[in-house]
Write a new protein. Sequence first.
Length: 291
Amino acid sequence: MTPDRISRECILIFLKGMVMGASDIIPGVSGGTMALITGIYERLINAIGNIHIHTLQHLIRGDKKAFWDGVRAVDPLFMGTLIAGIGVAALIMSQLILFLLNEYAVETYALFFGIILASSVLIFAEITHRGADIIAFLIGGFVTGYIIAGLNPASLGHSLPVLFFTGAIALCAMILPGISGAYITLLFNQYEYLLNAVHTLALPELITYMTGGVIGLLAFSRTLQYLLRTHHAVMLAFLTGLMLGSTRMLAGIITKEGGFGISAVLFTIAGIVLIGLMEYAKRRMIVSVNS
């Protein structure tokens, strides 16, 4: 591959990373969905799947060839460029979202509300059979989400252990279909705090959050993938209920900030339309890949 072609590819990957990063900042929007729409999902999954602790062990043992083979398997140019794009977009979007939350709180949370409602429906639509077990897990998820949203997350504070725990849960959510890590941070009352941390580059908080995320992925990703593979339908039903039940929190915030007036309703509809457009783009991408 020529240097010019490498440069063009890096620019394109960087831009796709920015799209993913911007999406990951919005509660209810999955960066994984954007990776699928932009055509890099499979490459990303393969690169992540090739990350092994054995690579570091090879370096410690002095086996340089095995170490560099492990590094190349991770597709380092692709991953480095993509992460850079995600990071830049996160910095830009964090400032924008903070501004919107300060100046247009009702409209912003109403947009999130519409996004979560639409995402929940799309998750449930993936279930092909809907027996008594599906209804039971749907109700169980709804009750769980409703209870969690009714707790007082502000009492958790923003200590490093809380950020670590939030990261462990939020990044695990990224491998679940339709679940947004940003929405998890919102449920745990860390969303605005982390936006400020990104905006100000508060490294201790960000490093703690990311460390929790990495450990959470390593500890629970295989379990979650197993459950999705072996109990796909009931897991989707539970996730649907969980998201619908947890909208209690968003509804409460909107009511507190001014209520469901015309602007709130319009932005809720806008959130639903946004997810609809993303789903349409995703399905078009899948059809074009399979054809």
